[in-house]
Design a protein around this ligand. Sequence first.
Ligand SMILES: [Zn+2]
Length: 529
Amino acid sequence: MSDFVVTNARICDGSGSAWYRGGVRVRDGVIAEVGRNVAPCGGVTEVDAGDGMLAPGFIDIHSHADFVLPLHPEGENLLLQGVTTIVMGQCGISPAPIVPERVLQLDEYAGVTRSGRKLKWDWQSFGQWLSRLEELPLGINVGSFIGQGTVRLCVMGFASREPSQDELCRMRELVEQGMEEGAFGLTSGLAYPPGIYSSDAELEFVAGGLAKRRGLYLSHMRNQADRSPECVEATINVGRVNRIPVQVVHLKAREGDRPGMAAHLFGIIERARAEGIDVTVDQYPYTAASSTMRSLMPKWVHEGGVAGIVELLSDPVRRRPLHDEMAASERWQKCMEHGDGPRGIVLGQLPGTPQYTGMNLEAVAKDMGTDAVDALLEVILKNRGCDQGVYFTMTEQDVRNVMVNPLVMVGSDGGIALRGEFVHPRYCGTFPRVLGRYARDLKLFSMEEGVRRMTSLPASRLGLTRKGLLRPGMDADMVLFDPGTIADGNDYEHPTDPPVGIESVWVAGRLAAHRGRLTGERAGRVLRF
Ligand SMILES: [Zn+2]
């Protein structure tokens, strides 16, 4: 079905304009016509939308699918949400560029996104990685950023020191080269090693590799709690110094850290925009965060990578003082405070200790007959880098305070999840949740505005000039959904249950998903900036 016409739809074109009743003609994977009077002619197939809402395919500007995509390129949990494009390489971690002597460290480190050492690792440069992706039967379109952590790992391993002038220049060159080879920009993950060891000055210098092509700099900030204001300033400053666009990712603004936090942070962001700095935000629509459990450990333990942590935790003499240091640390105390104790940490998919998957840390500690910190260390040890947790740290009001701002686009911060896996529900529900819960039910904004934040807004941010709008000449990536019923069909207990109300999803004019099932079409392409 390469040529077809969708009729009787509410056209929600991605611009944020009010929907209108009409149709779309698709020819050879491209939108040929959009309007009120699009009618089938000459034997072309007609798809009656049944008064459903037709929108551009959703773009996930913040995806951690990198290490699972080669094994599951169909992207089922994404297509079922209406997502037709993802951009990976987030929070400082990308599979490329990489050098052979660092592959093992990166692979172990990426265990958090369940690499499981099944990847071939037969690439080095960023361009080679994109070429490998091109060989996959992709169900969705994919692009990628370069991870600053990966770049630092290549040049300096997990060393917790300042780079030399020579190392600085090599890191910047790797960024510049990645941009030449098709990266959309650079991401940092400053709460994780090795980005955790990078100073603001280092980041400003290395991001200079984006300046020539005006690549986008995205930052998972050093602190997403009480020190968020200075971290937002630091992110903006990378844009100011290098004259590049920047984005604060998965923004959290906890009133508990500072009354009026969201208003304060958006004040900083809007002043920077008035000054001419191109800064935007993304967010996932949930009150729980998700990250490695390792990230709750003190900064110094990460120096030897995952192998170093395993060695340290296997040695009772060194483990005891680490336990005490961690229990007394501000990071741990804050985590306990935000989540109302160890009940606020729920353990994710754990291949080494499957009996604890989905349990909260309080229950795990009780089962082990030890305290929460020790239980956490034991789980980290047994799972060798594959230690994702879910942290209940925000209030519903915190989420809404960020979401109402029109500069905020939707980014899942999830990736690929298979049915029955225990992941954060954002993997399978983010996009329908924004439209169903926040647009329709809570009326934070209109349905059209919700769609804009997952289509034309990220497309313009990424320079994807053929995506994000239903207009003639654009790629025919489209979603047909029922605005009356669309919803995330999952929750924290059943995170991979599929969404509700998504009728059809087309990638490049080919029907990829229909009524909750994939059709087997693999029309995804690799996108280059
Ligand atoms: Zn992140």
